[in-house]
Design a protein around this ligand. Structure first.
Ligand SMILES: Cc1cc2nc3c(=O)[nH]c(=O)nc-3n(C[C@H](O)[C@H](O)[C@H](O)COP(=O)(O)O)c2cc1C
Length: 224
């Protein structure tokens, strides 16, 4: 089995949560795909204060909140759908905090999300409210963590967009064009996850046989 984790950056049960869950349902249509879901809704998540405790391998984040379970879920998953409502043409403060707080995963733990696959969903109250722009920070997060990025099947471009008209779940449901990008994202991501997982398994065996060390292990980030 391969697992896709949906992460929702909306503080409420609305258009974004619905869109992510629909994309996960579509992904499950591909045999061998299971899904999981995590949301910022109802959670206490503090912003990074740059104390650098997480940069020292033996130490943990000094902020005591609800981030704990997410890291385990990220490591268990083979693919990710990260979704956010558009807030001022960017992502929500809650999702920004979540992404910032995962910095140690690539800087200290050798990019432990490397070669998993990620896709981004954004929902905006207006038709052209910055959905594409708001996907950039999510895509940048994937790139920094060496997560492979897909926009889904053709037509999605950088990912899926919903025009919710500020009408929460019903608004997303009513956006027929947007929901089509959601379905195509779920399907395309599921296929990419399987391809990446099969490929990785084969490549890891081959690497072991040939005694090849990955570039990330050979040259960890220094003085970046
Ligand atoms: C603080 C704030 C800023 C927003 N900024 C935008 C915006 O720049 N563009 C847009 O289209 N919608 C904007 N919206 C509307 C939401 O993006 C939209 O209602 C979204 O679908 C909400 O998702 P949710 O139902 O999952 O919470 C904003 C909403 C809030 C609360």
């Amino acid at each position: 089995m391969a697992k896709i984790l949906g992460i929702c950056g909306s503080p409420r049960k609305g258009a974004t949560e619905y869109a992510i869950l629909q994309a996960l349902e579509e992904a499950k249509e591909i045999p061998g795909i299971e899904t999981d879901f995590w949301t910022v809704r109802g959670k206490n998540i503090g912003p990074c204060i740059h104390c650098d405790a997480c940069m020292r391998k033996a130490e943990k984040c000094t902020i005591q909140d609800d981030m704990g379970e997410l890291e385990k879920k990220l490591l268990e998953a083979d693919g990710f759908i990260i979704g956010s409502p558009v807030y001022d043409m960017g992502i929500t403060a809650q999702l920004t905090a979540v992404l910032n707080r995962l910095r140690h995963m690539y800087l200290v733990h050798g990019c432990n999300l490397q070669n998993k696959v990620g896709a981004a969903i954004t929902t905006g109250g207006t038709r052209y409210g910055g959905q594409e722009m708001a996907r950039l920070p999510i895509i940048n997060f994937f790139l920094m963590h060496e997560v492979l990025v897909t926009g889904g099947l053709i037509g999605g471009y950088t990912g899926a967009s919903i025009w919710s008209k500020d009408a929460k779940e019903q608004g997303a449901k009513d956006d027929e064009v947007g929901m089509n990008t959601i379905k195509r994202l779920g399907r395309g991501l599921a296929e990419a996850v399987k391809i990446s997982k099969y490929g990785l398994e084969k490549w890891n065996v081959e690497k072991e046989e040939l005694g090849i060390t990955s570039e990330t292990e050979k040259s960890p980030v220094k003085d970046h």
